[in-house]
Design a protein around this ligand. Structure first.
Ligand code: ATP
Length: 368
């Protein structure tokens, strides 16, 4: 009987509980034993009661719970071989032979590294005499499948990451609330949203709320962005608009690679020699990732969780580690490291201020 473990890792995102529920139940449905690893890689390294067998009813009601009920953590020990050796020992001790990991690109990189290193970890455990050769024979290969849980929608190769539409819905709701005050007092608001190197949340929130101006990392504004922004806001005001909304991604840069901050924008909009608008800053922060998942993320979590169990059962030593993606509304399996490497390419292009490259990589992601 195959024993499949599921864990969540990296930053939490709405929908992770839906993933765990789907994986646990699909594993049981397929005649396997299901396990949860609590606290991300920390639980894998420490083992003990952080690795628990799950029954069908253990995940009842999890679809509508926010965050991740099995916990998540950043784990330094897993960056070291000793930590990964401890993780291998814990898996084998519990009889677990397949692993499903839901997290961001860091977590998925760690997963791929663990799988690649697995044969040598087994050799080391055999040499130390902790397990018999017969026992280790069963664990010659470790099947790992990744699922992308992130509010940023920053992973290449998938149209949506689990959690991004919940965060987008939360941002839109927050902007709607802020707009009431903005209109009443004829104010301007600069709203900072999450996303790290990825401007998807800011861009889509801008589209969905009809923001006056947005800033994203991949496509910095031209050098005259100050005049451009003030010109557009002024134009909108002259058309009778009483509210001004500027959305800025946390990673927004100018063409020279300098950070654009909400303070800079506020000072510009409030400048008495210019527009002179009463301007406030709202940094949405962690409300963006909190709360329950929207219907789309619950659906994605469930369909992808089911596919992850199928994929982990189909995997052979020859197949590369896969990640479950959604492309043009179809749930598909893709090579995990390809997706991670493509993701890193965008971040690197932004770092070296090659914004044309960053944008064409992003375009390629969504027109695949
Ligand atoms: P988020 O997008 O929310 O930040 P993430 O999965 O990218 O999620 P990270 O903090 O980068 O988050 O990674 C989570 C954990 O994955 C790390 O704390 C570490 O335990 C493991 N990990 C990340 N990168 C590696 C790596 N190169 N080798 C081994 N383990 C890694």
């Amino acid at each position: 009987k195959k024993k499949i473990a599921i864990m969540t890792s990296g930053g939490d995102s709405p929908g992770m509980n839906g993933v765990v529920r789907a994986c646990v139940r699909m594993a049981i449905h397929m005649g396997c034993d299901a396990y949860c690893i609590y606290e991300g890689y920390e639980g894998l390294v420490r083992g003990g009661d952080l690795i628990r067998k799950m029954e069908w009813h253990d995940v009842r009601g999890w679809l509508s719970e926010g965050g991740t009920l099995i916990g998540t953590a950043r784990c330094m020990a897993f960056f070291e071989r000793a930590g990964r050796l401890a993780a291998a020992r814990n898996l084998i001790s519990q009889g677990i032979d397949a692993l499903i990991i839901c997290g961001g690109d860091g977590s998925l990189t760690g997963a791929d590294r663990f799988r690649a290193e697995w044969p040598s970890l087994i050799e080391e455990l055999q040499a130390s005499g902790e397990f018999t050769a017969e026992t280790l024979e069963h664990y010659k290969h470790l099947n790992i499948v990744g699922l992308v849980g992130s509010i940023d929608n920053d992973l290449s190769g998938t149209d949506a990451t689990i959690g991004c539409y919940s965060a987008l819905a939360r941002i839109c709701h927050a902007v709607d609330l802020i707009e009431a005050t903005a209109s009443s007092h004829s104010r301007a608001f600069v709203i900072e949203v999450m996303g790290r190197h990825c401007g998807w949340l800011a861009l889509m929130a801008g589209v969905a709320t009809g923001a006056d101006f947005i800033f994203i990392p991949e496509k910095p504004r031209e050098d005259n962005w100050r005049e451009e922004m003030c010109g557009i806001v002024d134009h909108h005001r002259k058309l009778g608009k009483r509210k001004t909304i500027v959305i800025i991604a946390e990673g927004a840069l100018d063409r020279q690679g300098n950070k654009i901050t909400p303070d800079m924008i506020r000072d510009l909009l409030a400048d008495k020699n210019g527009l002179g608008l009463d301007t406030r800053i709202t940094t949405l922060g962690h409300v963006q990732r909190g709360g329950t998942a929207v219907a789309y993320d619950r659906m994605l979590a469930t369909l992808q969780g089911v596919e992850a169990v199928k994929a982990v059962l189909d995997a052979t030593p020859e197949t590369p580690t896969c990640v479950i993606a959604i492309t043009e509304n179809k749930i598909v399996r893709k090579p995990l490291m390809q997706a991670v490497q493509d993701t890193k390419k965008v971040a690197r292009a932004i770092e070296r201020q090659d914004f044309d490259e960053a944008m064409s990589l992003r375009d390629a992601e969504f027109s695949e």
